[in-house]
Design a protein around this ligand. Structure first.
Ligand SMILES: Cc1cc2nc3c(=O)[nH]c(=O)nc-3n(C[C@H](O)[C@H](O)[C@H](O)COP(=O)(O)O)c2cc1C
Length: 187
C-alpha cells in the first residue's frame, strides 16, 4: 500500500508526525511525505521534533515545490493522500483545482483518479468560505476528517486524543489497527 502524507501550516503538526509514526509500524505500507514551508515552520514552533526525525519516518520525501516528483503524475499509483493537518489555504487550493504546489497537485490527482483523499482541516471558528470548500470537496468524494477530539473513550493524555484521530484515518484507508479504544456500547 502506498500512502502520500502531506503536512501543512495549520496548527497541529503533531497530528501529522504521530500519523507517520503509526504508518511506520506497517511493513506493507510505503510512505511518501510532502511538508509545506509553513508546515516546516509549525513543526519547529509547536513541537520538539526535528525535521530530520520527521523525514526519517518515511520511505520517500518530496519538496512541495517539486512538481516533477513521481507522485505528481496520475500514472504513479497510490492508495490514499492524507493532508494532516490541512490549512484553509491548502483546502482552498485543492477545492478550486489550483495545483501550484505538490500538495495541491497530488490531491488534485487523487480526485481525478478517484483515489482516496483524506483531509484533516483545522481552523476555528470556521467561516462560510471554509464550510463551502469542505462541502465542495466532500461532494467530490474526499473524506473530511477534522481533528476533533472524542471523549467517550476517556482520554488521559494528548497522545490518547491524537491516537483516536489516527484510528479514524487508518480505518478509512483500510488498515487494521487498535490505535484507540472503540465504543462497544454501554454495559
Ligand atoms: C503557529 C501557526 C498556526 C497556524 N494555524 C493555522 C490553522 O489552524 N489553520 C489555518 O488554516 N492556518 C493556520 N496558520 C496559517 C497558515 O500557516 C497559512 O495560511 C499558510 O499560508 C498555510 O500554507 P500551507 O497550506 O502551504 O502550509 C497558522 C500559522 C501559524 C504560524
Amino acid at each position: 500500500m502506498r500512502i502520500v502524507v502531506c503536512i501543512t501550516g495549520a496548527t497541529g503538526a503533531i497530528y501529522g508526525i504521530k500519523f507517520l509514526e503509526a504508518l511506520k509500524q506497517y511493513d506493507n505500507v510505503t510512505t511518501h511525505l510532502i511538508i509545506s514551508e509553513h508546515g516546516k515552520e509549525n513543526i519547529k514552533i509547536e513541537t520538539s521534533y526535528s525535521l530530520e526525525y520527521v523525514y526519517s519516518l518515511v520511505n520517500y520525501a518530496h519538496e512541495n515545490s517539486n512538481l516533477a516528483a513521481c507522485v505528481s503524475s496520475g500514472s504513479f499509483e497510490y492508495d490514499a493522500v492524507v493532508i494532516i493537518p490541512c490549512s484553509m489555504k491548502t483546502l482552498s487550493s485543492v477545492a478550486n483545482g489550483y495545483s501550484e504546489n505538490l500538495i495541491s497537485r497530488v490531491s488534485d490527482v487523487a480526485l481525478k483518479e478517484r483515489r482516496k483523499l483524506i483531509i484533516c482541516p483545522r481552523e476555528s471558528p470556521l467561516n462560510s468560505i471554509h464550510i463551502e470548500l469542505m462541502l465542495k470537496l466532500s461532494n467530490m468524494g474526499a473524506y473530511i476528517i477534522p481533528p476533533m477530539p472524542a471523549f467517550y473513550n476517556k482520554p488521559k493524555t494528548i497522545d490518547d486524543i491524537i491516537d483516536h484521530h489516527i484510528m479514524k484515518l487508518l480505518d478509512k484507508i483500510g488498515i487494521e489497527n487498535r490505535k484507540s479504544k472503540r465504543w462497544e456500547g454501554m454495559s
